[in-house]
Ligand binder design. Structure first.
Ligand code: SME
Length: 168
């Protein structure tokens, strides 16, 4: 049984450091891409507070397609350049959106979501998808969340065999 046992009282940088370490041990020795993404979303959902959705959209056939996630059922396909996910993917830039209602073209999947952060997954010049995290609290994510989740994605990316998922 996996025990994350991350102290939620840690500062954000320490919390994300512990999360990335935890991710390393969770994925160690496992080569199944789907299982690893599923566990990577589970670990975030288990650890991050005030989050109602977290998971992956994968670049397949030129569009983002829903991947492993935790939360309410979500829209399946997002075109590059559309919504927060498609915009972050197209720009290959992390996006922190303090108020989703103020983001032109935001795609509402869970009406409870008020703020959102999206981190693109890029390696060796190829885009594989995005990590998307939503919160019911406005302004939930800041620069420390961005840098912590970017690190989480950097730890994750080389540990996932993206070709198994038809990504890129
Ligand atoms: N809000 C996202 C869509 C995905 S859901 O939040 C799960 C967007 O605007 O791209």
């Amino acid at each position: 049984m996996f025990e994350a046992s991350i102290d939620r009282g840690l500062s954000k940088p320490a919390l994300y450091g512990a999360l990335s370490k935890s991710l390393e041990s969770l994925l160690e020795g496992e080569t199944d891409a789907l299982a690893n993404l599923a566990n990577a979303s589970g670990l975030l959902a288990e650890t991050l507070e005030r989050v109602n959705w977290c998971g992956f959209y994968l670049l397949r056939g030129g569009e983002l397609v829903l991947g492993p996630f935790q939360g309410r059922p979500a829209c399946v396909r997002i075109a590059l350049g559309k919504g927060v996910c498609g915009t972050a993917a197209q720009k290959r830039e992390s996006l922190v959106v303090p108020d989703v209602n103020a983001f032109p073209g935001h795609i509402a999947c869970d009406a409870a979501s008020r703020s959102e952060i999206v981190i693109p997954i890029v390696a060796g010049g190829a885009l594989f998808g995005v990590l998307d995290v939503d919160s019911p609290e406005p302004g939930r994510f800041d620069d420390e969340d961005r840098s912590g989740l970017e690190h989480y994605v950097r730890v994750l990316t080389p540990r996932v065999a993206w070709e198994q998922l038809g990504c890129g």
